[in-house]
Design a protein around this ligand. Structure first.
Ligand code: ZN
Length: 154
């Protein structure tokens, strides 16, 4: 990681970790799932409101865990809101591959703004133990839209 990205990474984790966005229960959620990362002790619930066109109208989460898991969940809720289920599944797939080092870069596409955030978050791949912390909320979101009520990183 070069110094700029490292600095930005720490800034983003600190900011979102301290002040998570959309940290609440979503009363009218129609999709929700619980995620569990036993390796670190991260646990969270993701709430989504998905309309009949499979568009995510609102996203929120609650839970407890390390700063990375909370920051990633916070950012995830911001990113998925206003996107379709297939768009967020696409982003999840790419983000996951970026975190595990399967791909080096996001393909250039229309999600440039979100991709910048995810690129910073994927700095976690320097710390293999924390990859599950960073991807937990995305796994959980994916479980929620797929109709599964629970997911675990194990
Ligand atoms: Zn963690």
């Amino acid at each position: 990681m070069d110094d700029d990205v490292r600095e930005l990474y720490q800034e983003v984790i600190l900011d979102h970790g301290k002040n998570p966005r959309n940290f609440r229960q979503l009363e009218d959620a129609n999709c929700e799932a619980q995620g569990n990362n036993p390796l670190c002790g991260d646990r969270l619930t993701v709430y989504l409101k998905v309309d009949e066109d499979r568009l995510i109208r609102d996203a929120a989460f609650e839970g407890r865990g390390c700063a990375i898991s909370m920051a990633s969940a916070s950012m995830m809720t911001q990113i998925v809101s206003g996107k379709t289920v297939s768009q967020v599944q696409y982003l999840f797939d790419k983000f996951h591959k970026l975190c595990t080092g399967e791909i080096e870069e996001f393909p250039q596409d229309e999600f440039a703004h979100d991709v910048d955030k995810l690129r910073v978050m994927s700095g976690v791949r320097q710390f293999p133990m924390r990859v599950k912390c960073a991807t937990l909320s995305w796994h959980t979101m994916n479980a929620a839209v797929s109709g599964d009520s629970e997911t675990s990183t194990e």
